[in-house]
Design a protein around this ligand. Sequence first.
Ligand code: UD1
Length: 427
Amino acid sequence: MEEMLVIRGGAPLRGEVTVHGAKNAVLPLLLAGTLTDEEVEICDCPFISDVEAMTLLMRSLGVDVAREGRRIRVRGGAKRASADGALSKTMRSSMFMLGALLATVREVHMPLPGGCNIGARPLDIHIDGLRAMGARVEARDDMLHCCADELHGADIVMRYPSVGATENLMMCASLARGDTCLINCAREPEIVCLARGLKAMGGDISGEGTSVMRIRGVRKLRGASLMPCGDRIVAGTLVAATAVAGGDVAIYGVDPCDIASVTDAFKSDHCLIDDDGVCVRVRADGRIRPVNISTAPFPLFPTDMQAQLMGAMCFADGVSVIDETVFERRFAHARELVKLGADITLDAGRAIVRGSGLTGGRLKGATMYARDLRGGAGLVIAALGAEGESKIFDIGYIDRGYERPEDMLSCLGADISRLPVAGVEAR
Ligand code: UD1
């Protein structure tokens, strides 16, 4: 049944939240679980549709995957070299099949993957790296065909620190013969988390969290119990929500260092943010300082927080300039935010947001449509600050990465509920 979020803005947020395991850590860890015949358990797996879709994808590869509450057990590797076509087409994370399947069954056939519609998202960095390790890769009729008789270590210079490519190459290199050196690799906390997971399984990795990672291939990996890092994007979204709505919120479950670029963006005399190494506390009166920010790979400002930042900057006391450098065309939320009365101008990869605090104008609730996962979260942030009622449709996008966002926010005092879409409103 189609559902929507109904939000009445203006209620301050108060209380404590613990964020769930990171979507972007759980997805590669699930596939890492296929690199051994022994059982791998992944703890704190959120109930979000991307995780559910990944378990279905893995089952279609013949992997034995079972969920027990927040734990998912993976027993054994893939039995087939191709997955359910529809699933792998719609999920960008199906790209992790490349590294995991090449490392085990030495063969993979998959449709070129999809995911959120945010730019071209090519796979050249993945493919270059896999080829350097001895894989043969061919793209034919919208399908990618890869195989390898043997995988060997290699020195791989990545032209851009792609998160997914780094993760694929880490998985592949862990079972390849010899040493691999990834130069200019990604440094995101989820990379560190995957490295820890692979090490717990007997992998030999060093340099994770820096731009040069070394991976010594091992003959076999073993079973383990793995814990994903907390979801820094969910935590960052809560920071944005509190900054806009005002209030006093303590966020647990995320390393404060992992969201430093986000907390720095929101900090002001009106939004005090501090941490004790364990908990990030946000105390805000609802006034927002404008920013001049570019998205970039970690540790700089994450592209996955750009929409939520924009949602917040609609209320700022001045003009914000937001440059999106990671994914082109990641501004679909802007034209929805305008429906609230926000003043946003787009110019290629730049958004200029004239905050309502500058003009003294007010943003008023409206009907908006989520266009992608984080963009949908950006609409929620703005609706929390707007006057009156907003309705957000197509929330299936939001459910891909946030576990029952309405419960998390209403526990803090937000006026938000999930309702079925009445026939006349459904599109
Ligand atoms: C991951 C995250 C996603 C996040 C993104 C950037 C997961 C499941 N998803 O996506 O939430 O927004 O990192 O932090 O972890 N690129 C190429 N060629 C390639 C690979 C990437 O040109 O072979 C480009 C992409 O088009 C994009 C940029 O590099 O412009 C970053 O992409 P990448 O870091 O690979 O993102 P994902 O791993 O897809």
